[in-house]
Each structure stands twice: as C-alpha cells, then as structure tokens.
Design a protein around this ligand. Structure first.
Ligand SMILES: Nc1nc2c(ncn2[C@@H]2O[C@H](COP(=O)(O)OP(=O)(O)OP(=O)(O)O)[C@@H](O)[C@H]2O)c(=O)[nH]1
Ligand SMILES: [Mg+2]
Length: 416
C-alpha cells in the first residue's frame, strides 16, 4: 500500500539544510567560504536547499563536537526557529563527533561532506559495476559509524538525503553482518572487474585517450563535441559516475575516448578505493585530456586536486594535454590603465586582443607542456584542440602499428 501522506511530503517539500565549516590555521576564511559554496552545490545537486551557512574560526576543529559550544547554541537557535531537516558539516565527522552532535541536534539529521558525495554517487550509478562500487563504499564508510546509521534507520523510514544507504532495515547492529556484506561485495566486484578487464583486453589495441578533471568542468560536453555522440551533461556535480567509452575516427585513425567520473576536494577515500576499477580507464590510458574550468575562481586549486588524485591512483606521468574550458565565461582580471603611443588612455572597448589571445600570452599557458584554451559548449578553438590531440594520437598509433599510416596515406593519396 502506498502511504499517501509520505508521497505528499516528499514530493512537495524540499529538504532543507544548514551548513557548518571551520576556518583553521590550515584553512583560511576565504577558502572556507569557497568550500561552503561547493558544499551548497553538492546539497543542491541532491535537491536540498541551504538555509544558512555557519562558520567558526578555531585553531582546529573541536574533537568532540567539530565547532565550539557557543556556535552549537547559535545553530540550535536557528534550527528551532526555522524548518531545518539536516545539519551538514564540511569535513568528515568522527564516529564520536556524530554521536555527540546527534545528542545536541536531536531529531535533525547530522551529515558530512562524504555522505553527500556518496549519496550523489548512489543516485547516479547506472551500471551493475558502479552500483556495487557505491554500495561497497557506503558500507565501508558506515562500518565505523554503525550506531549512527542504525539510529537513523530506526528513526526514519529510509527516505531522503543521506538515507540512500544500502537497505538493511532492521536493527542488525552486529558489525559482523556489515563485515560479511563488505566481503561479499568485494568478491562480487572482483568478478565484475575481471570481466571488464577481459573486455578491455579484447578491444583492439587502439590508442586510448581519457578525459579527466574536476567535477562539472565540462568533460562530458567535450566528449560530446569530440565524438559527436550524446553524453549526459548537466550543471550538477557528478553528472557522470559511470565511464563511457567511444570509438572516434580522426583522419582514418581510430582511437578510444573515455569520459570519466570527476574529482573533487575531500573525495571520500572509500570511494576512490571502490572506484579503482572504473579508474582503470584512466590508469590504462595512453593520453590524458585534463579539463579545467578556467571560469571558476578556484581553478588552480582544482587543477592541483586532480593532479594529486592522479598521483594517488597511479596515473600521473602520462602524456597530458591541459585543456582550459569555458573561455566564453572567462573574465580576465581588469588591468591597470592602458596607454597608447601618444600617452592617451585607451578606452576598454578599444582593446582588440581577444580573450583567447590574452590567455595564450598569460602565465596560464605555461601550466604544462601542452596547453589549449577552448569553449566546448560554444565550440571555440576546437580546431586547435583537435589538431593537438590528433598529433598525439597519431604518434602513439604509429608506435603500435608502424605500417598503418603508410597504408592510410596511400589510400588517401590515391583518392585524390
Ligand atoms: N559556458 C560554458 N558552459 C559549459 C562549457 N562546457 C560545459 N559547460 C556546462 O558546464 C556544465 C557541466 O558540464 P558537464 O559536461 O556535465 O561537466 P562534467 O565535467 O562532465 O561534469 P561531471 O560529470 O558532473 O563531473 C553543463 O551545464 C555544461 O553545459 C563551456 O565551454 N562554456
Ligand atoms: Mg560528466
């Protein structure tokens, strides 16, 4: 039987949240503000509306309750006066912090960044493999926090954000059960991994190009532009969780292009662990297209996060083309006045140099050996990217099939 009252409440009422972060000696207030923006975006991706953001300056996050007593009271006052469903913390909470915070906030859900990310992955996972991967990551995340999940499940009926956990419903608090489940999932996943490894091996030994980058930078949009196929792109975080592989032909040379899951700051390690096999597509690639959203104010940090994650999964040291995307949205920093030869100030609208030319002369163009600025959505400067990518693919392809191009060229020539 469908419980109409529940249907009504989930369909009509958007869940609401307050966000909490701390600025520490290691994390400036400006950074904290940015992290909170990102946390807000993660929540929005799950359909959760942020009502308020709380921050506190501390030497380090409080061991017992993440923020101090006074701040807790401030949050509680807000919660009492407003319809708040959950409190989301920007950092991972320890099991004991969760317990203490749940005492403070009583019937309000207590979540952290990792749980939001896991929830988004759970929502997005499409294939059997990624579903298993997410489920495994969820159980591993939960294992040390069992009390919390079980409290939630006993209190709520398993709906809503942060509740998309694997669906054990009874109070089976025995860690043994979870442990067994983890072992079971790992085994099942290994089997699936072996199958996909065989599938990858059976593919022609074509040059493989993987598109990597921070989440929401335009990887799928670029994939679409390069392969002329329909790939799901959306202005939400982690639109892509399963990787997509397409065979692309450029001037008679085929290669494989893969769109991959995006990276983010503070990605739960359990997720990286369980997504290792999906990330094999990246690890086994010959060439990486590292996409960066140049219009984002923290694009340099994104770049660093991605580079660090690549090191973590053992995919650094590959030939990489650094692709700065969304130049259509890029606003160059306003320069000091510019003067012409006669010493008159040049009005801004008289600057003839395009954004693209300015970028090419800027320090950003030296961020890597191969740097290209494009707009994948507006199809700006795609030609340069195609040429660079093609030259790279061609060189790798030659190495695998020394005779291929001789044939290819003569065929092309004879047509003329
Ligand atoms: N203005 C502008 N928007 C872009 C450009 N490229 C992509 N977008 C938009 O940016 C958003 C994210 O694009 P996606 O292609 O989904 O990004 P992604 O990197 O695949 O994201 P995830 O799969 O979520 O990690 C979408 O709304 C796109 O339409 C661009 O060159 N210019
Ligand atoms: Mg995508």
């Amino acid at each position: 039987m469908i419980d109409k009252s529940k249907l009504f409440s989930t369909a009509v009422q958007q869940e609401t949240a307050v966000l909490v972060a701390v600025s520490t000696q290691k994390q400036t207030t400006a950074k904290t503000k940015e992290y909170l923006e990102e946390l807000d975006f993660l929540a929005a991706t799950l359909g959760v509306k942020t009502l308020h953001k709380f921050t506190q300056n501390l030497e380090r996050a409080d061991i017992k309750t993440y923020v101090g007593k006074g701040k807790l009271e401030e949050i509680n006052t807000f919660i009492t006066a407003n319809p708040v469903d959950m409190v989301i913390f920007d950092d991972d909470l320890s099991p004991s912090q969760v317990r203490n915070l749940e005492v403070v906030f009583k019937d309000i859900k207590v979540l952290d960044r990792s749980l939001l990310i896991l929830d988004i992955f759970a929502m997005r996972a499409k294939t059997a493999q990624s579903k298993l991967q997410v489920e495994l990551a969820q159980y591993q995340y939960m294992y040390p926090r069992l009390t919390r999940l079980w409290t939630h499940l006993s209190r709520q009926s398993g709906a809503g954000v942060g509740m998309r956990g694997p669906g054990e419903t009874e109070l089976e608090t025995d860690r043994r059960i979870v442990k067994d489940r983890i072992a079971f999932l790992q085994e099942k996943l290994e089997k699936v991994d072996r199958q996909s490894m065989t599938r990858r091996k059976e593919r022609d030994r074509l040059v493989r190009v993987a598109i990597v980058g921070y989440t929401n930078v335009g990887k799928s949009t670029l994939m679409q532009a390069l392969s002329k196929s329909d790939v799901f792109a959306e202005n939400k975080l982690f639109a892509t969780v399963d990787s997509t592989v397409r065979k692309v032909n450029m001037e008679n040379i085929p290669f494989l292009l893969t769109d991959t899951v995006g990276f983010i700051r503070k990605l739960p390690t359990t997720l990286i662990e369980s997504f290792k096999s999906t990330l094999d597509e990246v690890r086994e690639a010959d060439i990486l297209l590292h996409v960066v959203d140049i219009s984002h104010e923290s694009f340099e940090e994104h770049l660093e996060v991605v580079n660090n994650t690549l090191v973590e999964i053992g995919a650094a040291d590959k030939q990489t083309i650094l692709v700065f995307n969304k130049i259509d949205l890029y606003k160059p920093a306003p320069k000091a006045e510019e003067w012409d030869d006669e010493g008159n100030m040049v009005p801004e609208e008289a600057f003839t140099e395009s954004v693209l030319d300015q970028l090419k002369k800027s320090y950003i163009a030296h961020k890597a050996d191969q740097v290209i600025f494009i707009s994948a959505a507006k199809k700006e400067n795609m030609e340069e990217l195609r040429n660079t990518l093609f030259a790279a693919v061609k060189a790798k392809h030659f190495a695998i099939y020394p005779n291929w191009l001789d044939l290819g060229y003569s065929a092309v020539q004879s047509e003329e």
